[in-house]
Design a protein. Structure first.
Length: 360
């Protein structure tokens, strides 16, 4: 191994770890030296599958971090383990690429942020849709001021039928369902476009309708105890109201368009919350007044061949190698997490809740 190569480890070698591994294998300036998983033998089998016999396999993060000197790790565990594994990696002197969502509770989130601050290392969170040219175009339009003062945003998305399996459907491992799996993406797109304003309050409902029903979800109804649909009204700083909904399963094909309403113009985005930006479905439309006339300007989606996951990993590696800030920093994603945690709390209590973000 060249001295110039970054030494990478992977914590959790289940499903999403494969995408991390494939991305790292395409980068010349890194080498994956080790991996771990609490399921005995899984890490070893993972490296065998990717033909990486030199990589060391362990059954715990603690053992791996003590045995191998690493520069950075990908944390690919189930949601409830994100905080403890990220904090352990930071304390061992590693930078962290953390799979979404950040975690489950605000207490876990603060554990991550405090460990990051103590360590002087970076944590970048895995929101690869940010690298899509169309997401970048949305942010460019919103940040340009062309819409004027934005006061209302509707966003969301989801699936008519799309409940996963494994650790995703149990609270003890995932902590939440659709909210953590795809809801965090649905929130990140508009929040990032807006510049991540601070959330103030949340009024929400969450449901588990399809998941517990054996007729609708025979693969795991007996284990399902998380949300498969959620809706929330979120007040943000700057007088902005965010209307959000997210689905794993419903009797509908879409929860509607994403749109930004400003006092000068409005922007409508299809399909809702992002999706396959291949230029074949939907697009963006700018609703504005020109020369005294109500005008609609279509903005077609850009077709591209970018591997967004690879772009995410490459950006993280570049930040580590060159001492740059985290590409997708916890200072932003703490607001995403605060909203998700607020939705869970509001849904449980059946009333609006104030969002409190402690100081780091």
């Amino acid at each position: 191994m060249s001295d110039k190569k970054l030494r990478i480890g992977i914590i959790g070698t289940g499903g999403i770890a494969g995408a991390h591994m494939r991305a790292y294998l395409q980068l010349d300036n890194v080498e994956v030296l080790a991996g771990c998983d609490i399921v005995p033998g899984r890490a070893k089998a993972f490296f065998e599958r990717f033909e990486q016999p030199q990589a060391l396999a362990f059954d715990s993060a603690e053992e791996m971090l003590q045995a191998v000197q690493l520069d950075a790790v990908s944390v690919c565990t189930y949601n409830q383990a994100h905080a403890v594994c990220t904090a352990a990696a930071l304390e061992a002197g590693c930078h962290v690429l953390l799979e979404k969502p950040l975690c489950v509770t605000m207490e876990q989130a603060m554990e991550i942020l405090r460990a990051e601050k103590r360590s002087g290392k970076i944590v970048s969170v895995g929101f690869q849709p940010r690298y899509d040219p169309n997401s970048l175009k949305i942010k460019e339009i919103v940040q340009s001021g062309e819409l004027g003062q934005i006061y209302y945003v509707q966003t969301g998305g989801g699936r008519r039928r799309g409940i996963p399996g494994g650790t995703f459907i149990e609270e003890r491992t995932a902590g939440m369902g659709a909210l953590g799996d795809i809801g965090c993406y649905g929130l990140d797109m508009p929040l990032n476009a807006l510049g991540y304003p601070k959330p103030l309050t949340v009024s929400a409902s969450k449901f588990g309708v399809f998941g517990p029903n054996p007729a609708l979800y025979p693969a795991g109804a007996d284990r399902f105890d998380v949300d498969d649909f959620a809706v929330a009204l979120i007040r943000l700083e700057g007088g902005i109201t965010l209307d959000f909904r997210m689905s794993w399963a419903m009797h509908l094909d879409t929860t509607g368009a994403t749109f930004f309403l400003g006092d000068k113009a409005g922007l409508k985005v299809l399909p809702a919350g992002g999706g396959a930006w291949d230029g074949t479905v939907g697009g963006m439309t700018l609703f504005h007044d020109a020369f005294g006339l109500q005008t609609e300007t279509p903005i077609p989606y850009k077709q591209h061949k970018l591997n967004l996951f690879l772009e995410k990993v490459r950006d993280f590696v570049n930040a580590v190698e060159n001492g740059l800030p985290a590409p997708i920093p916890t200072s932003q994603i703490i607001y995403n997490q605060a909203i998700i945690s607020g939705i869970l709390e509001s849904g449980r209590l059946g009333k609006e809740v104030e969002i409190v973000i402690p100081e780091v």
